[in-house]
Structures are given as C-alpha cells and as structure tokens.
Design a binder for this molecule. Structure first.
Ligand SMILES: Nc1ncnc2c1ncn2[C@@H]1O[C@H](COP(=O)(O)OP(=O)(O)OP(=O)(O)O)[C@@H](O)[C@H]1O
Ligand SMILES: [Mg+2]
Length: 209
C-alpha cells in the first residue's frame, strides 16, 4: 500500500484540495483508495459525503484509530493545520511520501520555510523513510510563480513538483465530492496538465523509501 501524506502546518494551503483530488484520481483509475482525515474539521469526510454513490468508492477514515483494511492500494492522509511536536511525529510516521502545498505569498512561504526546516530533522525524513516534495498551490501564472518562489525553493532543497492552478474547477469539484480527473476532460485539461507532475512523482521511485 502506498501511503501519501498531504501536510503543512499553515491553514488553508490546499491540503484537503490536493488530498481529495489524489483520492479521486486513484479511485477513477480503479485503485482501492482510503482517505484518512486527521482534521477535526473533517473537510475530507465532508467531501466524501457529497460524493455520488455512482462514482468509484473511496473509503473514508476519521482520525488515527481505525486500521486501513487489507487490499487498499493507496492511503491518502489529509493532515490538519498546526501540527507540531509528538502529534507531528506520529503523523509523519504514517507516511512514505509527503506533499507540502504552499501558497505563493510571503507570509505562507516564511511559515513553510520554518515548518520544512523542522520536518527535515525528523528521523523518518533523515532516514529517507519518508520523502518530501513541495507544490505551489493557487498559482495563476507559471512564469510569475518561479519568480515569486525562486529564493524560497533555492533554500528548501527538496523537490518542487508543480504549481496547482487557482481554478474554479477545484471549487466545483469540492462541492460535488469529485476531483478534476472526474470532470469534463476539456474543461479541466489545463488544470490536469499542472496537477500531473504530482502523480508522476508519486509513481516514481523518487517518492518512495
Ligand atoms: N487550486 C485551487 N484553486 C481554487 N481554490 C482552491 C485551490 N486550492 C484550495 N482552494 C480553496 O481554498 C480553500 C482552502 O483550501 P483547502 O481546504 O484545500 O486547504 P487546507 O490546507 O486543507 O485548509 P485547512 O488547513 O483549513 O485544513 C478552500 O475553500 C478551497 O476550495
Ligand atoms: Mg483541510
């Protein structure tokens, strides 16, 4: 089973958006998917409740307690904001691939720098049992994003995968319990192109222990 964590201590950076889109993508290609919602706001579980029963099923798991059943191909973990200390260690220990979404604003990048510095010191990351990658979320322009993120990315020394576009499609998908890969291909083509490097990284050895 692949275990993928979407993590950032900053609220509203796009953890739930990326976690639910990954869950929906893997379900749409016939994989067995569990979506683990560690956030007391239960946004991922709420998303799942809006999902039509006609769509490929996704197993929803609330909190830490429940064991993921055998035969699940992908466990996607949606982390809450503000994780630190022992709780952060516990969550990191659940994952082999960690995606960190960051909004391209000075405040968010500064907070992310401190957070990344912290998690890079965790034994699971030091021993390469968990691999980290960065994603810029809610970008509008690829040229600008590189310009805005340049110094920030230079300092982090972890792979930067892509910019997830700021798009109404993510908002529409969230309403319906869907992901962009389950919506009209023409309408979501550009968003898919930008999202794709996340899936490519998760399929590659670079994201695995
Ligand atoms: N790429 C995007 N395009 C458009 N809207 C987005 C995008 N990413 C996130 N949003 C919107 O921004 C808000 C915050 O996103 P999301 O809930 O995914 O963040 P989060 O990190 O899970 O937040 P929290 O820390 O509260 O759990 C949501 O309303 C979501 O629909
Ligand atoms: Mg969330």
């Amino acid at each position: 089973m692949r275990s993928i964590l979407v993590l950032n201590s900053k609220g509203g950076s796009g953890k739930t958006t990326i976690a639910t889109n990954l869950a929906s993508f893997y379900a749409s290609i016939g994989k067995s998917v569990a979506l683990v919602d560690l956030d007391s706001q239960q946004s991922s579980i709420g998303w799942l409740k809006s999902r039509s029963s006609a769509k490929p099923p996704i197993i929803g798991i609330k909190g830490h307690g429940v064991k993921v059943k055998r035969g699940v191909d992908y466990k996607i973990i949606d982390a809450p904001a503000g994780l630190k200390g022992a709780e952060l260690t516990k969550v990191l220990n659940m994952a082999e691939s960690v995606i960190i979404p960051v909004l391209p604003s000075p405040i968010d990048m500064r907070a992310a720098s401190d957070f990344i510095k912290n998690i890079k010191q965790h034994s699971r990351v030091v021993t390469k049992k968990a691999k980290l990658a960065l994603v810029a979320n809610r970008g509008r322009d690829y040229t600008n994003i590189y310009w805005e993120l340049d110094d920030f990315l230079e300092r982090q020394k972890i792979p930067f995968l892509t910019m997830v576009r700021d798009s109404q499609n993510y908002i529409r998908a969230a309403e319906k319990g869907l992901g962009i890969y389950e919506m009209g291909p023409a309408m979501t083509a550009v968003d898919r192109t930008y999202f794709e490097p996340i899936i490519d990284w998760l399929s590659s050895r670079r994201s695995k222990p």
